[in-house]
Ligand binder design. Sequence first.
Ligand code: HSE
Length: 400
Amino acid sequence: MKKVAVLGYGTVGSGVVEVMEQNARFIEQNVGETLEVKYIVDVRDFPDSPHADKMTKDFSIVENDPEVEIVVETIGGAGIAYEFTKRSLQAGKSVITSNKELVAKHGLELLGLAKEKNLNYLFEASVGGGIPIIRPITQCLAANRIDEVYGILNGTTNYILTEMIQNGRSFEDALKNAQALGYAEQNPAADIEGTDACRKISILSDLCYGEEVDPNEVETEGITGVTLDDVKCAASLGYRIKLLGRSVRREEGGISVYVAPHLLPETLLLSRVDGVMNGIVVRGNALGESMFYGAGAGKLPTASAVVADVMDAARHSKRRRDIGWEAASEGHLKDASELESRWYIRAALTPEEAEARYGNVVFAKAVDEEGRIAFLTEKKSGKEIFACGEAESRYRVIEG
Ligand code: HSE
């Protein structure tokens, strides 16, 4: 029997305990031995929980118990979670996490520590919730040179945009619902301002290109500027607005990484990834494009990925998974505004002014509430677009 400790009994942590109990028989058959949650560490009290006997506020009990071989970190953030992860690894315990902030910020160091100690630090749930994406990239697609990875990486914002697109609901109303359903981060700013997607695309970039990307250096725009007018104008052009994280290999070396709302043609599969679902496209030089689709947030989908990592660590307690990346080389991260694409613009211009500034454009049939026009440009770099002057909205177009 292997003993597990769960740090943080919030949405994901409680889901982990639930899945481990509910699927105990399958897990035992698969791993070849029983996995038991010995401790649940949380600063809060849960007197009515059926697991009250396992609860403790004192992490050092876990740290000093040699019976605990695997620690699940579902605290979130990069504060106490960082400290407990390091202390767990130093105490000889493998660590499994869903914490994208910690992996994006300190993954290089924590993976290095795990390697030094011959332990596992696994984080399948940190990107795409329950969608298998870390293992496919590191194992199934290992024979490819990855040229691009992009996708809908945040369930909360996708839920909000879907509600705006399909039901004409307001942003605030849809956000409240996402929070009530347990999708949103503790601080929803991380979702709606794109920070959560930024952390996830940074991790995907680390894995796909083998060098660390500092999330603080990734150009990030969330969905707070997307209006129902944009949704309507985009629809009149045959497009849907989605928040994408995107990471592209540059021909001259290095990569460009950014997060921003995009217009996707209604015919593109990714534009049909709705609600809390995530969709991630990986383009490899042998594979071509492959899309990974599934529940990107929520208690049990995320717990599903965490528990699979726990099982993997239990099966490979003597043989660590060789996942990792190097520190960034000089000039690895290149300016994303050099990338070219078509652009959607909504601006207070006459059609003649729009053509004079932006060249050939395709006008939307709809205008916004103030009578401002919207249009699509031909392919241009971000730099060229920003030089054309002010606009209410400016979003890249992905043609697929
Ligand atoms: N807040 C995140 C989301 C949770 O909405 O996608 C999953 O990482």
